[in-house]
Design a protein around this ligand. Structure first.
Ligand SMILES: C[S@@+](CC[C@H](N)C(=O)[O-])C[C@H]1O[C@@H](n2cnc3c(N)ncnc32)[C@H](O)[C@@H]1O
Length: 354
């Protein structure tokens, strides 16, 4: 079956659009797409319903999003789920309304101070950009759009905010503000949605383990967090913009309280137990797991599940093939890491779920 994007060069959106790949996101698999496409073509080319259960940016699901395939994408962050809803669920009949809503957003300006300006101005964004984000988000809520149109409008604001944020790719820290650069890069654009490919896809914002035990499919792609860095903390600003519920924020990086941020078992000492549970309970014929051997020398960034443990869990469900992909990786502390590898573990499932 054909692919939706060129895995070697997936970024092909026309000028004035955001492509799905135009985000800075830790663990994003853009650079592994060619290998993932190769493994799927070799092992399960006939897979029709593909489930990307920890979808993040959604680039892996997007790669396979061509009819007659059905793509199921899931992520427990509301910001990701909204972006995914726009890219995987909008159909040709939605296009006019989406373009109209985002066109109207371009004319929305901030009329004065607001929650986003007060909390994020001078931190992740300039005061002007932060206020504009607030004005756009409130406008979207006030317009009472249909869910898929609202998702596309919010997605457009999230992409513009990510591009304008003065960060190194996540929101657990910020760099000193360079006004001109930050202002220049806040641009509301249309999402480059593959409208004609959509129609049978499903999007969820749920716990991946629970969903994997309920939903049936041909191929389950599993790309959980590998280390102790919680995505709910790394992307708290985008999550707050997506939800727009305006909770009280605290601390230098203006986070919502810890219990308001999704927490993943995969970022704790229970990571191996969570993976064992998911593998044992999933209802598919093919499993493909991404992981790596990161040992950065910094506790928080080290991978939590050893390769041998992953292989042992998967072999309880069927025959396992391991692909080890040498992968140049850079950390601020230790520079280029020697021996860094990305893993793809494929399992042809022969035994039923528990
Ligand atoms: C390594 S990233 C996935 C990257 C993705 N494959 C891509 O290419 O962009 C892991 C994702 O899992 C999500 N996540 C973590 N724990 C989860 C859980 N229990 N249920 C659902 N999603 C979860 C995080 O929000 C994050 O987006």
């Amino acid at each position: 079956m054909a692919l939706c994007a060129d895995p070697a060069c997936p970024d092909a959106a026309p000028p004035g659009y955001y492509s799905l790949h135009m985000r800075r996101y830790l663990g994003c698999k853009t650079r592994l797409l060619a290998k993932i496409a190769e493994v799927v073509a070799a092992q399960c080319p006939e897979a029709r319903r593909i489930i990307d259960i920890f979808a993040g940016t959604g680039v892996v699901g997007h790669l396979f999003n061509t009819p007659p395939r059905e793509i199921v994408v899931n992520d427990f962050l509301a910001s990701n789920a909204m972006i995914l809803q726009a890219w995987f669920c909008a159909v040709p009949e939605d296009r006019g309304e989406i373009e109209e809503a985002i066109g109207a957003l371009c004319g929305v300006e901030a009329s004065g101070p607001n929650y986003y300006g007060e909390n994020y101005g001078g931190r992740f964004f300039t005061e002007d950009v932060a206020r504009r984000i607030g004005a756009l988000r409130d406008a979207i809520d006030a317009w009472n759009l249909r869910p898929v149109v609202k998702a596309a409008a919010v997605a457009s604001v999230l992409y513009a905010a990510d591009a304008a944020a003065v960060t190194c790719g996540h929101f657990d820290a910020f760099r000193p503000i360079d006004d001109e650069r930050s202002v220049r890069r806040f641009v509301v654009r249309l999402p480059h949605i593959p409208y004609r490919a959509n129609g049978n896809n499903l999007v969820f914002c749920r716990d991946g383990n629970e969903l994997a035990g309920e939903i049936e499919g041909d191929l389950l792609y599993v790309d959980p967090p590998y280390n102790r860095r919680q995505y709910g903390t790394l992307y708290h600003v985008l999550e707050n913009i997506a939800l727009n519920t305006k909770p009280a924020l605290a601390g230098k990086t203006r986070k919502m309280p810890p219990d308001a941020r999704p927490r993943s078992e995969y970022c704790t000492g229970r990571a191996a137990a969570a993976m064992r549970d998911l593998v044992a309970g999933c209802r598919v014929r093919h499993l493909l797991v991404s992981y790596n051997n990161m040992n950065s020398g910094v506790g928080n960034s080290n991978a939590l599940i050893p390769l041998e443990a992953l292989e042992a869990m998967l072999s309880l469900r069927g025959t396992v093939t391991t692909y080890r992909i040498p992968f140049p990786s850079f950390t601020a502390r230790r520079g280029l890491l020697d021996g860094h590898e990305e893993y793809l573990l494929y399992c042809r499932v022969t035994r039923p779920p528990r």
